[in-house]
Design a protein around this ligand. Sequence first.
Ligand code: XMP
Length: 517
Amino acid sequence: RLLIIDFGSQVTQLIARRLRELNVYCEIHPYQNVTDAVLADLAPKAVILSGGPDSVTREGSPRAPDSLWTMGVPVLGICYGQQTMMTQLGGEVHGGKISGGGGTAEFGRAKVTKAADLDLLSGWFADGDEQVWMSHGDHVAKIAPGFEVYGTSPNAPYAILADTARHFYGVQFHPEVHHTPNGAKLYENFVRIAGFIGDWTMDAYKDIAIEKIREQVGDSHVICALSGGVDSSVTAALLHEAIGDQLTCVFVDHGLLRKNEADDVVSMFRDNMNLKVIYAQEQDLFLGQLEGQSDPETKRKIIGGLFIDVFQKYANEIEGAKFLAQGTLYPDVIESVSFSGGPSVTIKSHHNVGGLPEKMGLKLVEPLRELFKDEVRALGHELGLPASFIGRHPFPGPGLAIRCPGEITREKLDILREADAVYIDQIRKHGLYDEIWQAFVAILPVRTVGVMGDGRTYDFACALRAVTSVDGMTADYYPFSHDFLGETATRIINEVAGINRVTYDITSKPPGTIEWE
Ligand code: XMP
């Protein structure tokens, strides 16, 4: 494996992404945890030191473990990583102004000029200078013994340093961001130098994961909350392949699902894939408790609480269950480096079965813990899940409840389901589904006047929502053509009884959120 020691850069995860794209298995560990003993234990084949917000000139600032330098493995230091490499190996780093040079710091695009040939940079400088992304306040003032300069930029005379005998490399810029267009090539060269052959594929991972599951679970029984989303679907399919009938899934229908969703999910897993699925039809329970509630947080809490109760009730009926399977992904697992006063990472607490394992005395099986979302999709493909399932838009745990602002009624939910189905059908027909991160209809808690035929109508208004996003944390509205919007509005009003007005939500996130509640 390749080890990434995280010094707290905002873009450390991108380093891991670039390496996984090269089919190299890597792990991110916060610098505080990587002691000499941990390093020896991890026994990485190569190490990357990330960037970070601290200054190596500050006393007590983070360092790489000393034993790293005598392990005999290639090391690549990026930005802060380069600076700590220099400091620890006998060079010097200064804060502030570069003597004789220009600015004190460098943020943004810069050009690097080649100083000498370097294997790490093969494929670079084909058209002269290379564009890179810089983001640093400090700079290397004296390079460590054994190092030479291979690239310079106006504000970073030591933009690229290397000790080719020991395979230590340091770059001042960030090759992992897309503003360094040739950055992927640099990582490709680094992993080649380190002797990786790129054998981390989901085809290979499937077999390893199956072995691991069998080892962990033995002949015990496993339960899994199946939502029909990509993560829980792939988890269930993988477990089924590993342990067959030792797995029972619980699919809870809370009455807040999209049109045909419950039947589609249950029939696919039960009939097509032969999984044991308990179909918990609890619509009355959920909708009953939600009656008269219009406060968004109250609605969410009711649904989250009931979900746990219901899941527990069904799980208790499964004899001998010792494990709970969850589709936790790598981005949820990576511990973030936090500095006092530094950036803190907000993690959204969504409704899930968290807390249940302890309460029920269950152990966790999390076979996707090492994977990024696109790897999960690739694994789903290996497991034979249909492409239409793997590519589905995210759907929130509280379901249509948060797309029905205000009070929820069965009438509104039925109208919403129909309108949503027409909208998604339109999007698929126009070939736009895969370009959009998420699309749905929200039914508004307002009736407006309209005229249809010769009569007056007084029906609900709805809002169409479609956004593009990378991770759901920020989003932009999707720029549909006016023709598409017009055609869709006409179809919804013609085909869905109860709606006589259609609007399009053009709010980005922030300031809006993707869902309406
Ligand atoms: P917001 O509305 O916060 O949503 O911009 C960001 C993404 O998260 C989804 N979402 C949820 N997913 N349980 C979930 O599993 C929830 O409670 C929940 N709330 C929002 C939302 O659909 C979007 O993809």
